[in-house]
Design a protein around this ligand. Structure first.
Ligand code: 6R9
Length: 648
């Protein structure tokens, strides 16, 4: 296999679109021309073409108060109507919207007509609980149809959802409830994961008890039938839905009405509530979903493996695909339950044609070997996508050959929670594909690479990735913290958006993403902040001081590695292995299992500069097994030698 891949890498640097694919492709080179000649006119055309507006807009972009942009701001629409009712009205009510596959093997096909009716009921149920436009609703659910219904029900009535990934801890949930002041929470008795029921309701009870915000109602979906404690504020989803009418007229909201808040890690400990609004967000998610994934809604079966707890689940499970009337698969569980071929079995079962996943998943399948996917019929696939972190050329080639059968397009899509939608990607059928490179800005998006001093890098070279012009699905701010919004993204380069990623432009003008340049780690495509994990570690009574780095990891991209100085008072007599295990478990409990450090090294000192800054770069060298770099700026240069000995 490897010989084959190496061969491909040397022989074929570029893959031209297959003529049969290009002949039927949704995207065309004219998109680039149209966007280049009149960028704002291009987006206005897309907004009009892809969405149904209750009140047409006359203004496209208002950038008179940077960095606060508004798009289509005198227009009105209902986001849920655009994702649901209009497809039914256009005669596509019988089309399957969701093929739900539960981990235990239960399944449900839900048509657009059925999904519309359910969302109407859920909207009425929320109204009955006193939820009003602009109110925040926290959603803490497994990946089941009710998660999609809950999000769209909020959108329908103008409430702002804040989806919290079901793997996050009660503390994480509680701080998100407080930050957004959510008075209603939607959860489940539990979900299925790795063949077991994982409880959610007890975590919500803990979170609600710890929150300062008064939570009026907790709506509980009965997914597993697990026994849960009931309090006065709890409402059964099934009862609330049964009591609610299935009649509900979607009212229009302003294009800039807030749609959702989604928390993501930044460089400091406190997660940022990224705010997205309605018209611009839906325009760009629908546009990219259609053109980057070559969507033919009448015949494609699309599957994005992301959970709705992440931005990819918001934009490419819920809003983009449903706005476009796509038929899609959603799967509750893990790829290896009950067997290692579960994903491929699902592709075969539903005849999936478009598949969108993350490099970390691809790499773990590579490790297991091609015989597993080869046990299934994957010939329905005609397009593959990747997101979350750079995809190494070897994994790209494996994906194209072993999963895609060798001839179908693979698109590597770069974007962020903050950008709301895809920003850099090839257009299938149009762009020649290059393994490992995200390649080119989407039509209508202006990307550049700048030096640290803010000078554009001309031609071939590396630097910092920026977006030079506002885009429709850009974040509108950080919830409740305009200063942090300015400081994080706009202070460095003035009116250009600083993404936090390093990038390089090659001789063809293609962009290669090089990973984060800040203290944000990327573990299995999930963003984690070093500061957040450090503050969790120092909150433990054992810890005197802690430093966390992201070390490269063959499967997960990066892994969390912590260096901790113990408090002698607390840990006298304790052995190092026990202390380190306790701290790993502590982080998993405080933040969530995804944040559990791969290793916790107990050390006597941390490397610091004279001004007291921890030099994480040196710790990263150590964690990655490299020769430790330049230590001359350390206050005490012998420290690294001591730490190296303790770690080995
Ligand atoms: C969509 C999503 C954003 C960060 C981003 C970058 C990394 C995402 C990538 C990629 C290289 C790609 N990233 N896609 N790096 N190539 N195709 O993942 O959002 O969770 O906010 O993460 O992920 O570092 O800055 P989010």
């Amino acid at each position: 296999m490897n010989a084959q891949i190496d061969h491909n890498l040397e022989e074929i640097r570029r893959f031209r679109p297959a003529p049969e694919f290009a002949a039927q492709a949704v995207a065309s080179p004219e998109l680039y021309d149209a966007a280049a000649s009149d960028r704002l006119g291009f987006w206005a055309d897309q907004a009009r073409e892809l969405l149904t507006w209750s009140k047409p807009f006359t203004r496209t972009l208002d950038w008179t108060n940077p960095p606060f942009a508004t798009w289509f701001d005198d227009g009105e629409l209902n986001v849920a109507y655009n994702c649901l009712d209009r497809h039914v009205e256009e005669g596509n009510g019988d089309r399957v919207a969701l093929h739900f596959e539960g981990e235990p093997g239960d399944s449900r096909a839900i048509t657009y007509a059925e999904l519309t009716a359910e969302v109407k009921r859920a909207a009425n149920a929320l109204i009955a609980l006193g939820v009003e436009p602009g109110d925040r609703v926290a959603i803490y659910l497994p990946l089941i149809p009710e998660a999609v219904v809950a999000m769209l029900a909020c959108a329908r009535i103008g409430a702002v959802h804040s989806v919290v990934f079901g793997g996050f801890s009660s503390q994480s949930l509680s701080s998100r409830i407080d930050d957004a002041e959510a008075h209603v929470v939607i959860t489940a008795d539990g979900g299925y994961r790795k063949g077991r029921v994982f409880p959610l309701k007890p975590t919500v009870d803990e979170a609600v008890a710890a929150a300062e915000t008064e939570v009026r109602a907790v709506i509980v979906v009965e997914r597993t039938g697990a026994e849960v404690e009931w309090t006065d504020r709890d409402v059964r989803w099934s009862e609330a839905m049964a009591d609610a009418s299935s009649e509900h007229t979607a009212l229009p909201f302003n294009a800039e009405h807030p749609l959702f808040i989604l928390y993501t890690s930044g460089t400091t400990g406190k997660p940022k509530g990224i705010l997205h609004t309605s018209g611009g967000y839906l325009t760009q998610t629908a546009f990219t979903h259609k053109n980057v994934f070559d969507l033919h809604p009448e015949r494609d079966v699309y599957w994005c493996t992301a959970d709705v707890g992440w931005i990819t689940g918001h934009s490419y499970v819920v809003y983009g695909p449903l706005a476009n009337g796509a038929t899609q698969v959603i799967y509750e569980g893990t790829p290896d339950t009950p067997h290692a071929g579960r994903w491929w079995e699902i592709i075969e079962k539903y005849g999936v044609t478009i598949f969108y996943t993350a490099p970390t998943a691809i790499r773990s399948f590579m490790k297991l070997g091609r015989q597993i996917p080869h046990g299934f019929n994957l010939r329905s696939l005609r397009l593959l996508g990747s997101v979350g972190e750079p995809i190494n050329p070897e994994a790209w080639i494996w994906y194209r050959h072993v999963i895609g059968g060798g001839s179908i397009p693979v698109v590597d899509t770069w974007w962020q929670t903050e950008t709301g939608a895809i920003m850099i990607s090839a257009l299938p059928g149009v762009t020649d594909l290059k393994p490992g490179s995200a390649q080119v800005a989407v039509p209508g998006i202006s990307i550049d690479i700048l030096s640290d001093e803010g000078e554009p890098v001309e031609g071939v070279g590396g630097g910092l990735l920026v977006v030079t012009e506002p885009w429709p699905s850009m974040l509108r701010g950080i919830w409740g913290d305009p200063d942090r919004f300015r400081e994080t993204y706009w202070e460095k380069f003035g009116d250009k958006y600083f993404a936090g990623d390093g990038a390089r432009r090659d001789e063809d003008g293609d962009i290669w993403l090089l990973g984060r340049v800040d203290d944000v780690m990327n573990v299995s495509g999930h963003r984690l902040s070093t500061a957040e994990i450090e503050s969790s570690l120092v909150a433990h009574p054992f810890t005197a001081e802690a430093a966390v780095v992201g070390a490269s990891d063959e499967t997960t991209g990066q892994a969390v590695v912590a260096f901790v100085i113990l408090k002698e008072r607390q840990t006298a007599g304790l052995d190092i292995a026990t202390a380190s295990e306790e701290l790993r478990a502590h982080v998993a409990k405080q933040i969530g299992a995804i944040a559990r450090p791969r290793q916790v090294f107990i050390v006597g000192e941390l490397p610091k500069t004279r001004s007291g800054k921890i030099m994480r770069r040196l710790l990263r060298d150590l964690a990655e097994g490299r020769q430790v770099g330049d230590t001359t700026t350390l206050a005490d240069t012998s420290v690294m030698t001591a730490i190296t000995e303790q770690v080995r």
